[in-house]
Design a binder for this molecule. Sequence first.
Ligand code: BES
Ligand code: MN
Ligand code: MN
Length: 462
Amino acid sequence: MHTMSPALSAYLETNQSRFLDELFQLLRIPSISTLPEYRADVERAARFVADSLGAAGLEHVAVIPTGGHPLVYADWLHAPGRPTVLCYGHYDVQPPDPLDQWVTPPFEPTLRDGNIYARGASDDKGQMFMHIKAVEALRAVSGGRLPVNVKFLIEGEEESGGAALAGYVAEQAAALRADVALVSDTELYAEGLPTLCLGLRGLVYAEIEARGPAHDLHSGVYGGAAPNAVYGLVELLAQAKDAGGRILIPGIYDDVAEPSADELASWRRLPFDEQAFRQQEVGATQLTGEADRMVLERVWSRPTFEVHGIAGGFTGAGSKTVIPAAALAKVSLRLVPDQDPARVVRALEQWVAASAPAGIQASVRVLSMSPAVVVDPGHAAIHVAAQACAEVFGQPTVFIRSGGSIPVVGDFARHLGIPTVMMGFGLPDDALHAPNEKFRLGNYYTGIRTVAHFLQRYGAAH
Ligand code: BES
Ligand code: MN
Ligand code: MN
């Protein structure tokens, strides 16, 4: 098995506790991009990342203002003849609620049974920070040089579906030119199993508003004759899927591409314990969805329609007899190759208009959209990455897809014409977006080593 240089291993070993301490400092900043009251913290996190990049020896470090939250850029371009790697990550996080379910507070990172517990530990501060530390370590042991050219682009509104980054990538395509992008914002298939992710689902996120009577009504005086906005919204939503999990919005399956026979066969070879998935990860009495599709297909390569929340009417303590005038649902569709987000939005709008029950006016407001992406497994960078992962972990790399979305990966493909190596070190039970998010401490260090090893190998391959 090929191992990394002793100097690099020694540097990583010597600096372990500082690497953790610095990550903890970043995790203490509540950079919640979707909540306006955290704007200053988001900005503070951006500056922390910029300072870390500067300290790692990167150049042209810039906190770039946008219409939304700032981008952070930095580069090191002194390896002529070597390829350029565009490292991406996000420093923003999801809101931490429900707060009372956290064992330790979300922005007070805590080490417990070998895990770092904090909002953003795995998604994505911990993983984004691995790239910075890998580059720092490589420079430190090579007289300030790197095996490849690197550009860093770190964003602050991945979790809120912000549009700033897509525009930036399109406009700055020339300046961002690179041979490959590197993203660590996905998961290992299982602990100890080297994993590359070759596909992500896209996302259309929308609000559906239902209006009934002009104002709230007494449910005794008008009940039986007046439309109810909450009930009307629920009736509408209930028509979106049949009991077998098939989406009933007309046209939704028109452009859905099936994975190749080879890819499906490789998924069937992955170790998958449906009962453990149901009990330990999902924690439900039954799995749902398309029964004729294996679970990995349902979560990786099939479109979804989900309801994230419903607001409206009276939900306080006690009882209030009201017929609500308005109700709102947050919904999303996950998209797969080759669905066009704009076409899916039109299908959703038409379905809502056609399906609202009598007396209910329903409207759609789209908050964000991004298409699915797949990466060509035949690309040279994927080969090198698979080899690098296998060498560090000591066993063959598995190739997966993920059902989540990282919109910029599609922008890299479209505007820069480059594939993305998705080399993530999270675990399926890291509780992303949920209480008690964690990142395995060992995977933080293994991630740094693997990223460094990949950059060395990718440089040497040229
Ligand atoms: N890192 C996740 C996406 C992810 C999670 C990929 C697990 C693979 C495995 C990312 O931060 C995320 O949560 N994305 C959002 C996108 C959205 C808000 C536009 C998502 O998938 O819901
Ligand atoms: Mn993420
Ligand atoms: Mn996320």
